[in-house]
Design a protein around this ligand. Structure first.
Ligand SMILES: Nc1ncnc2c1ncn2[C@@H]1O[C@H](COP(=O)(O)OP(=O)(O)OP(=O)(O)O)[C@@H](O)[C@H]1O
Length: 287
């Protein structure tokens, strides 16, 4: 009882509504936006169960403060510092992914860009587009599994190096040949940069989004995984059903037809902004 009285005297009696001015409102809105996005991100990762655990510990901590349970308080405060380091180590892949996603947000990229290349030459031709569509649906008809990643602005060199270098002009015949069963190149993903197939048998990061349908296997998870850490467009052909799916921005669009795939590829072709070295505020760049 004494503990509860002390807690009320120490913390609750002095509570009053502070004066709120305009900057406070802006701060509250920014914080609300950030908290909303952090919670939304955590909900889709393994960290969600950790948050639930932390809420339980916080409840115990509050109880220990109110009732002055000193031993419990000592244990909780002494484990918190070690716990924070452990969380950073255990969830290092999630933190990395979150920072990579932040780097891809248009908000950041529209202010700062580190690219000194001209995107104009990176577009793929209509011929490449037609070859990709043709190969995709021929593979689908034959129920041959395939995973085709089309690089956009985020460089995929890291994933390209996990596979076998090809560096050949994109053709439907070559794509079909690569994914042919029981051939050395059929496993893993193909990466297309511009008009060229740069590598096959590439290993992609698997998505750990817990909200994905349980009937999706590793091919689909790998397609979604690469779209979470880059702005690539990924085409997935299911070996089981022969259906074609597209992964973009961490989202999977299942069972698409030729027209839809074509429209998404046309979107991916549009890269007409010339990027100069480390320019602050992209708007100044426009001519
Ligand atoms: N991390 C990865 N990176 C690239 N390719 C992968 C990866 N993991 C699996 N694959 C490819 O996916 C194949 C296995 O597909 P799996 O059957 O598990 O997936 P699925 O999503 O159910 O697709 P399907 O409908 O084709 O069966 C592997 O043989 C390999 O070619």
């Amino acid at each position: 009882m004494e503990g509860i009285k002390k807690f009320i005297n120490d913390y609750l009696v002095r509570l009053s509504i502070p004066k709120i001015n305009f900057t406070d409102i802006i701060e509250i809105l920014i914080l609300a936006y950030l908290i909303y996005h952090v919670v939304r991100w955590i909900k889709n990762t393994r960290a969600w169960s950790l948050v639930k655990g932390l809420v339980v510990i916080m409840a115990f901590w509050l109880l220990a403060v109110i009732l002055q349970l000193n031993v419990l308080l000592w244990i909780i405060t002494n484990t918190i510092s070690v716990g924070i380091i452990a969380i950073v180590i255990i969830f290092q892949p999630e933190f990395r992914k979150a920072l990579e996603q932040l780097g891809q947000k248009n908000l950041v990229r529209s202010f700062i860009t580190f690219d000194d290349s001209k995107n104009l030459s990176e577009k793929f031709s209509d011929h490449t587009l037609n070859e990709i569509v043709r190969a995709t649906f021929e593979l689908a008809r034959a129920k041959t599994g395939a995973l085709i990643v089309i690089e956009q602005d985020t460089p995929l060199a890291e994933y390209e190096s996990t596979g076998i270098s090809i560096d050949s002009l994109t053709s439907s015949e070559l794509l079909i040949n690569i994914f042919e069963h029981n051939t050395p190149l059929h496993d893993g993903a193909v990466i297309i940069r511009g008009n060229r197939i740069v590598a096959a048998t590439c290993y992609l990061p698997l998505s750990d989004n817990m909200q994905l349908s349980k009937d999706l296997g590793t091919r689909h998870r790998a397609g979604i995984g690469i779209s979470e850490v880059s702005d690539s467009l990924t085409i997935i052909v299911s070996e089981e059903t022969g259906k074609v799916s597209i992964a973009k921005g961490g989202k999977l669009i299942r069972n698409v037809d030729g027209d839809y795939l074509r429209s998404k590829l046309i979107d991916a072709q549009k890269k007409t902004v010339e990027v100069k070295k480390l320019k602050l505020w992209r708007g100044k760049n426009k001519e």
